[in-house]
Design a protein around this ligand. Structure first.
Ligand code: SF4
Length: 218
């Protein structure tokens, strides 16, 4: 896709979707990212889990712990029961314990601020790392979840089958001026308009620029 079309898409998205700070974003309002440690734990809990369940699990956990050491003091059964609203809570319990041990051994209990160090932590993958780098450490990066992957492919910004490839490509072709908020615009567009089951193209302002609409709907 040529740069002019990409520019137009981001311009329209920026006009139709708010940034998280201008919304009642529940992650922010409910303290899920109030410290780097909580932000990291929340994103790992959120894998394969809805926002509502992630918020329920995280809030229950943060009533008991706010540091890696405090989390390690919990018995596995207790930790699993606190984060039980999340999918795969037993596996996440084991991963969180390992991750907290690594934070203490490798980083003196702090959350590292480099990609390589984050990716080396148990339970932290590419999406979690991109979210941490963007929202906690202010690096202009587009984190790719299922919504961003789907919308970017439908629009034709990328032509990829994996989220990792989407992340590589979209970060390469998006100019810096849009990188700060592209994740927020696309994710909200994907949740409200370009939904997974059936996109609401009749309500979308991007039809003229969208590969999916031009080839499969028009
Ligand atoms: S035109 Fe349809 S498929 Fe394309 S971005 Fe809009 S809602 Fe999604």
């Amino acid at each position: 896709m040529d740069q002019q079309r990409i520019y137009q898409i981001y311009e329209l998205l920026s006009e139709s979707q708010p940034i998280f700070n201008d919304t009642d974003n529940e992650w922010i309002a409910k303290g899920l990212s109030s410290t780097p440690f909580k932000a990291l734990v929340s994103v790992t809990i959120s894998t394969m889990t809805t926002d509502k369940r992630t918020i329920d699990a995280s809030r229950a956990l943060y009533e008991r712990v706010s540091t890696p050491r405090q989390l390690l003091e919990l018995e596995d059964e207790e930790l699993a029961s606190l984060i039980k609203p999340a999918a795969h809570y037993n596996r996440k319990t084991k991963n969180l314990k390992k991750m907290c041990q690594q934070l203490i051994e490798r980083h003196n209990g702090e959350v590292p601020d480099t990609r390589d160090e984050l990716l080396a932590l148990t339970g932290v993958g590419r999406k979690c790392t991109d979210i941490m780098m963007h929202f906690t450490f202010s690096e202009p990066t587009i984190a790719v979840d299922t919504h961003v992957h789907r919308v970017a492919n439908r629009l034709g910004i990328v032509h990829t089958t994996s989220r990792e490839d989407t992340a590589d490509t979209i970060n390469e072709i998006t100019s810096l001026q849009f990188k700060h908020h592209a994740h927020e615009w696309i994710i909200q567009h994907g949740m409200k308009i370009c939904i997974a089951r059936k996109p609401k193209c009749s309500e979308c302002s991007l039809t003229d620029l969208c590969d999916y609409y031009q080839t499969r709907v028009k």
